[in-house]
Design a protein around this ligand. Sequence first.
Ligand code: NAD
Length: 380
Amino acid sequence: MFFSSFPVKFSSMDIIQNDSIGPAKVLQLYDPQSGLRGVVVVDNVTLGPAIGGVRVSPSVTPLEVFRLARAMTMKNSIAGLDHGGGKAGIIADPHTADLETLFRTFARMIKGIDEYIPGPDMGCDEQAMVWLQEEIGRSVGLPAELGGLPLDELGATGFGVVACAEVAARQIDLPLTGARVVIQGLGNVGVAAAKFFARKGAVIVAANDSRGTVYDPGGLDVNRLIAAKRGKGTVLEYGAGERLAVDEIFGLDCDIIVPAANPDVIDMNNVAQVKARLILQGANIPVTLDAEAALAKRGVLVVPDFIANAGGVIMAAMEYQRKSAEEAFAYITEKIQANTERILQKMNKENLLPRAAAELLARERIETGMKYRSWSHKWR
Ligand code: NAD
């Protein structure tokens, strides 16, 4: 088959640096016959086999996959899971690609990397996890009918974001009842966060997707928003409120922002516009490190991704252990709230940024584990 290629972005900026905990493996995949181009990063396996999603996107790069794999290492460690961190990327447009062919080929190419357990991420769903399961016998995020805990259907990550919000908002004396919330990226995570925030009495004042933003300072109706997004819909079909451009969302008047789409969406170019007092990172790496520091200087509390959005991977790990959805939700609340408390205490006591406090706690468990367990047992 003739294959018109997506260039794998691997510029001089894309250098992946090793440090004391990884990455253990970085693999670039290419199968010219199916058209598969991809990347797999196994970052650290001290705590157990690496769990992390497969992102399908035309723009995913090896460096992005590594950064996401590292975020999984941190997330799995601090969530108390017996899993290391990994991630994969398939370079394709999920709307137009033959996903079944790509996933089945991807599965066969990673069959031998059995210390990596793939899960769903942007651009794929539980169907893709079934293809992986059929090919290599390992994946998480299966449909309920096949023994899975469908984390997006259950809204595990958005549920965890709101559990995190309850603790973080208390820290800045912000009552959740009546708090004005902006959701950037109304997809799986964004929809669930919106639903669970509404149940706590918060008001969703704006939401967006890749096509635009809808804004109503008086509050948007969450069920109507979800209906507008159904199928190939967009928030722009909400039918009320003000329609704005995609990027206008960050400057809106609000108390809480949940970035729930792409990496690096709040950076030094737009950080000054942010009016919120609390940012909960529903997406992975949505705020650049310099922007996180700038926000902290202004007194904006930013809860990092691997604390705030751990609900999904906790649910996935529970599926792997054959636990029930009820057990998983209870663990998500308990773990995310305890971790939010722990990092806020450490941040205040040691005058650290929230991410630094969280990283120190996550690394502590891995580094102690590395003293006991040699990595090389994994490669035998
Ligand atoms: P999704 O594909 O369901 O939703 C993403 C949404 O973002 C879509 O509505 C899309 O239109 C929108 N979007 C895309 N580009 C945008 C842009 N430039 N501006 C605004 N909106 C844009 O994905 P998801 O599963 O909700 O995941 C979102 C993020 O959360 C990703 O970073 C993912 O890695 C992370 N995450 C997801 C989970 C999970 O359980 N699904 C768990 C942890 C982290």
